[in-house]
Design a protein around this ligand. Structure first.
Ligand SMILES: Nc1nc2c(c(=O)[nH]1)N[C@H]1C(S)=C(S)[C@@H](COP(=O)(O)OP(=O)(O)OC[C@H]3O[C@@H](n4cnc5c(=O)[nH]c(N)nc54)[C@H](O)[C@@H]3O)O[C@H]1N2
Ligand SMILES: Nc1nc2c(c(=O)[nH]1)N[C@H]1C(S)=C(S)[C@@H](COP(=O)(O)OP(=O)(O)OC[C@H]3O[C@@H](n4cnc5c(=O)[nH]c(N)nc54)[C@H](O)[C@@H]3O)O[C@H]1N2
Ligand SMILES: [Mo]
Length: 764
């Protein structure tokens, strides 16, 4: 491995660097030939869905529909390295627990079901049926089904997720914490009262017809690189792209399309954002109110002179509710407070408002920079307010575009992974399967951890993911996890969750998306739903990483059969042929009518969105403007030492999975323990580039949360804002620091103090 170094990256995002990185990752994982072939099947009608992000695919068949980071996700799954029973025989779990997250996953694919043996402090092999019996016994011994937590990470298929919730509910609980609780929950909670749907309203084709794109807190060049196709094309059409992000992200500045022969041949690039506003961390709600206030001011001016109105009066009258009170609130919100909280000037916000007002159709895009805040839900609602002011919902080229994370996180929700199911859903579940599902709402991620901390939860079963590394308050969460009776991880790779475990622990290895899923009736496909509600099938074509692997649906069914000897559900036939799972999904959820027919059409089908049709399924029967009082001030604005830390993803990681220690576009190589900070803030604290510092959370709950040993990297950031990687900083996020409405942890606004590390301090 090269020596750690920092050197600014001056090229555009994409381009030859992306092609080189794709080849490098295939070679490193020892999958060049197999991987190369596998890539051609990615996102193709008869191939598999990219296990990377949730960005949709263009329809029709193109020779290559993957990106650099999709290739990494694929190579990571198809690696030739294996974690076998031999591997576990060599290492105690205490020793494994001392290794980095990077090292754990780097060991390769899990090959055999394993059980923790306390006497030797090692994982030892177990037969599948014995593993299921053990889980059944532990679940059977709980006094109350609500002492079990059923976690889902968004890579699980619709079929696996549907069976998982079915099992959990027949067992008797609605405890379904899922990765979405840490991700777009603020979107799922914020949109329904405003628009009557919990999802976005745009389709991919809208990008070809839009007149302006506003992007808040989302980094497509790294996290949904295929979205760069749309942004690149829009920029070349002259569509203004207005970005709000505290960091200058290279792909949002300049991008060279690896598929564009001229750009590649001439080393050219396209400017992406026409306007780049470096909003202060947590300042988006203020910025949005500023843009809306500027719009109202120009609308007032237009009314006064008899010019045509700036707001869409017809749309507002016909389709919305609450406009007048919103205007009143905007009038009383002062520019001073807007400027202070957003860190942006009134002129800048007025310029953004002018672009918005001049565009006939506008798309509003957002990601984690908006949702992972104490006021995430309200900020999402301000984006909707802005769109509604000019009727930018439910027409071509316009709409709300939350960019989801995991490739099937949206599908998991649709098929029932939620701690707050509707009565209608539960009734239909009852009608279809003949058992009485529990009605009381269950735990999300934050309340599940709280229950574990207080000894109220005892069993934790994870369908994918890496719960202990992804969640907030790492030490508190991990201590709670260690006190559980049983932890089960259904995973493809070894991770923190297996080495921070309960009294009893199981690792259940499953097939990945790229692999053939052979069942009694032949090879099976699964289905996924992307960020724009397109549902399509996915079938792997590689030999499984080990003959002992089982599919996620088969594992869930195995557990269910062992835990529920008197189950009303016919589990076995559904595993023989997944069409039968889809028939059941269709019975419970009528929007999936003709499910098995429609997924056999290449490209799949769209789950309709009522808001896209301008049908408003809200209590008022209209789209609602929702007021945010004030500008979402954060608690320690007055503290002169405080700085806001946002936790971000590098270019070479997939959530808690670290592909390499590089972050090419941000100029960081061979290391991850860095903190990006503005030169003004460095000067104020007497810090020099390359110096080691410790980060300490400002909190009044008596818990000392410190992350030791981060190297100072000067970066262009607004005053009072700094950034470091996730999951290294998760221990700094207090469990109670979350959005009140959606419980989304405030991973993107951690109030901290920065101090120079003492000599010999950890990690330095
Ligand atoms: N390669 C790769 N792809 C991925 C993932 C991955 O880890 N790697 N993760 C997947 C998942 S689960 C998700 S949810 C998505 C995440 O994708 P994104 O939503 O892009 O998530 P992040 O990279 O965490 O942060 C997004 C941006 O928010 C900015 N930001 C931070 N704080 C603020 C703020 O207060 N205001 C504003 N306006 N911006 C802010 C950061 O600078 C960053 O550019 O990507 C998915 N795709
Ligand atoms: N500080 C901070 N914390 C965050 C975030 C942040 O921005 N900042 N982001 C949050 C977000 S948006 C999310 S979505 C969560 C992510 O939380 P999770 O979804 O729980 O975490 P991942 O890192 O995506 O999970 C990685 C593991 O998934 C398993 N896996 C991979 N593919 C498969 C598969 O096909 N099947 C199965 N069964 N397992 C598989 C592998 O074993 C791998 O180790 O983290 C959250 N945590
Ligand atoms: Mo996510």
């Amino acid at each position: 491995m090269k020596k750690p170094n920092i050197h600014p990256y001056n090229g555009p995002a994409g381009g030859w660097g992306a092609l080189k990185a794709t080849m490098d990752v295939l070679l490193e994982q020892g999958v060049a030939v197999k991987g190369g072939k596998t890539l051609f099947k990615m996102n193709q009608p008869a191939g598999f869905d990219c296990p990377g992000c949730a960005w949709p695919d263009p329809s029709g068949s193109f020779p290559l529909k993957f990106c650099e980071n999709g290739a990494k996700a694929m190579a990571w799954e198809t690696t030739s390295s294996r974690v076998t029973p031999d591997f576990f025989a060599q290492h105690t779990v205490s020793w494994l627990a001392e290794q980095s997250d990077y090292w754990l996953e780097e060991q390769g694919r899990l090959t055999h079901p394993m059980v923790y043996d306390e006497a030797s402090d090692k994982y030892v092999p177990i037969e599948w049926e014995d593993a299921f019996t053990l889980i059944g016994r532990e679940l059977g011994s709980l006094e109350d089904p609500n002492q079990a937590e059923f976690y889902t990470s968004g890579r699980a298929s619709n079929e696996a997720a549907f069976l998982f919730q079915l099992f959990g509910r027949e067992y008797g609980t609605n405890n379904f914490p899922d990765c979405s609780n840490m991700c777009h929950e603020a979107t799922s909670v914020g949109l329904p009262p405003a628009l009557g749907v919990a999802k976005g309203t745009v389709l991919l084709e809208d990008f070809a017809h839009t007149d302006a794109i506003f992007i808040f807190g989302q980094n497509p060049g790294t996290n949904s690189p295929r979205m760069m196709d749309e942004l690149h094309a829009a920029a070349r059409r002259g569509v203004p792209i207005v970005t709000f992000n505290p960091l200058r992200e290279r792909a949002l500045e300049r991008f060279a399309d690896p598929k564009n022969v001229i750009e590649m041949g001439t080393l050219g690039a396209t400017s992406i954002s026409s306007n780049y506003y470096q909003v202060r961390i947590g300042g988006d709600a203020a910025a949005l109110k500023g843009i809306m206030k500027a719009l109202i001011e120009s609308d007032d001016a237009a009314s006064a002179t008899g010019a045509s109105r700036i707001v869409d009066v017809d749309f507002i009258e016909k389709h919305t509710h609450g406009f007048e009170p919103l205007v009143e609130d905007l009038r009383v919100t002062s520019w001073d407070v807007i400027e202070q909280q957003s860190g942006l000037k009134r002129e800048d916000l007025a310029a953004a408002a002018a672009i918005y007002a001049n565009a006939k159709a506008v798309i509003g895009v957002w990601g984690m920079g908006v949702t992972q805040h104490r006021h995430g839900t309200e900020t999402v609602q301000q984006i909707v307010n802005l769109l509604l002011m000019r009727g930018n919902i439910g027409r071509l080229g316009a709409g709300a575009c939350p960019v989801r994370g995991h490739s099937n996180v949206q599908g998991n929700r649709t098929v029932g992974i939620t701690e707050q199911p509707t009565e209608e859903f539960l009734d239909r579940l009852k009608d279809t399967f003949g058992f009485e599902p529990p009605r009381a709402h269950g735990h999300d991620v934050v309340t599940a951890i709280d229950a574990m901390v207080h000894g109220k939860s005892k069993v934790f079963i994870a369908l994918g993911g890496n719960f202990v590394a992804a969640t907030p308050d790492t030490k508190i969460t991990q201590d709670a996890m260690r006190r559980l009776d049983l932890t089960v991880g259904i995973n493809t790779k070894l991770n923190r969750g297996h080495v921070v475990h309960g009294r009893r622990a199981l690792i259940l290895p499953c097939l990945g998306r790229t692999e053939i899923d052979m069942q009694a009736d032949g090879p099976q496909s699964i289905t996924v739903e992307d960020s724009m509600s397109m549902v399509h099938a996915s079938a792997g074509s590689n030999e499984p990483a080990s003959p002992h692997l089982r599919s996620e649906p088969a594992i869930v069914a195995g557990i269910a059969q062992a835990a529920l000897p008197h189950s009303r559900v016919a589990w076995a036939p559904m595993i023989e042929n997944y069409d039968r799972i889809r028939d059941r999904i269709e019975s419970v959820l009528p929007i999936f009518y003709d499910f098995n027919l429609r997924i056999r059409v290449p490209g799949g089908f769209h789950l309709t969105s009522s808001a896209r049709e301008r049908l408003w399924e809200t209590p008022t029967g209209r789209a609602n403007f929702i007021i945010l009082n004030g500008v979402a001030e954060d608690p320690c604005v007055g503290d002169p030492d405080a700085v806001w830390l946002t936790s971000i993803r590098s270019h070479d990681q997939y959530n808690t999975t670290i592909y390499s220690l590089n972050d090419r576009y941000r100029g960081v190589f061979g290391q991850r323990r860095v903190v990006f900070i503005g030169t003004g803030d460095m000067k104020k604290r007497g810090l020099k580039a390359g110096e080691w510092v410790d980060l300490r959370t400002i909190s009044d709950d008596g818990v000392d949360r410190v992350a030791y040993g981060f190297k100072v990297v000067p970066y262009r950031l607004p005053e009072g804002s700094c950034a470091a990687y996730y999951p290294e900083t998760n221990g700094l996020v207090p469990l109670h620091s979350h959005d009140a409405k959606s419980h989304t942890p405030a991973y993107k606004a951690i109030p901290i103090k920065i101090t120079r590390s003492k000599p010999g301090s950890p990690n330095t």
